[in-house]
Design a protein around this ligand. Sequence first.
Ligand SMILES: *Cc1c(COP(=O)(O)O)cnc(C)c1O
Length: 402
Amino acid sequence: MTATAPSPYQVDAHGYYGPFGGAYVPEMLYPNVEELRDNYLRITKDPEFQREFQQLLTDYVGRPTPLFLAQRLSAHYGTTIYLKREDLCHTGAHKINNTIGQILVAKRLGKQRIVAETGAGQHGVATATVCALMGLECIVYMGEIDIERQKPNVDRMRMLGAKVVPATSGSKTLKDATNEAMRHWISNPTDTHYIIGSVVGPHPYPDMVARFQSVISAETISQLLHQTGRATPDFMLACVGGGSNAAGAFYHYLDEPSVRLIAAEAAGQGIDTGHSAATTALGKPGILHGASTILMQTEDGQVTEPYSISAGLDYPGIGPQHAQLFATGRAEFLSITDKQALDAAFQLSRLEGIIPALETGHALACLPLIGAKKDDVVVVCLSGRGDKDLATYTKHLEEYAS
Ligand SMILES: *Cc1c(COP(=O)(O)O)cnc(C)c1O
């Protein structure tokens, strides 16, 4: 492929990735989405924006994050495994790369207020963090049930000065919080920016978020080159909820067919148990949160309630770019159960002294499944740290008594 040919895996001029993507929003949201679509590339390509973004990634987030050669894990699997340490980012996961980028866009659009949705609270905390940093008002919608389940993150958001608004409709979880955040945005179009937390939603969100997260693979290229003499690994592994850490980890390798892209989905208790979030295994094409994508749904098109032990993967769809990577076979999607993810999280803790997020446990659980050979180089995107999952890990400590 020549350098100028457009990538078949990147968004086209109309906001699509093959048949997936687009902006399927109510008419009342058109002005907001259009304003963003017409300005996001101009704003983010501006050298002054890039200077401020890179400076904050360095001095505030703590980038570049290390690329760590995990020697004991490598020896265990008989291959060479590097960990891209997004868990060392400020606030404990990759999500802050995106919220920093979006708040800088919001400021340049002259917005005074930020609205966001959150499920487990991780994106809410990353949003509240950058709002405090920039002195913008922050309103986070969160399902009433999630507010009870995720109290520490609710307290963090409040400590950071955000207003947490309970979503009391429907199942009182993420999907309902998203609806109510959208409604808020519709009624406050001129002064509010909506920060979406993953590569989902109407165009241009999936592309904008992927660009902000692409710093993950940009750094990996130079770090790998420095440490191994080659810029491309044989495998790149990442977990997929909506898909933002995977989109960032894959971004600069999409058109390098020698790199096998492995996406780990949450199978929950098992694909056929009715308690799962394995979107590509169970889903069909449809419209979710403003985009054409693949989602879990009933025969008559009702969105299915997903389940995973990890709150960050508990989502009934995937971003449109991932739908296209799945449909074209460019990325391989593996379904990982709760048990496999727990096993992998305990294994990493004991082999490398790194307690990963439960989401990340799903990516690590792919290591025995990919058939990596001795001379292969495998990179795992370590999306976040496990502090937030300690209550879940504690319940299982006895099973892993050494
Ligand atoms: C939110 C989260 C995820 C899932 O989100 P993606 O958009 O799929 O990356 C994965 N890992 C961690 C640690 C998270 O906080």
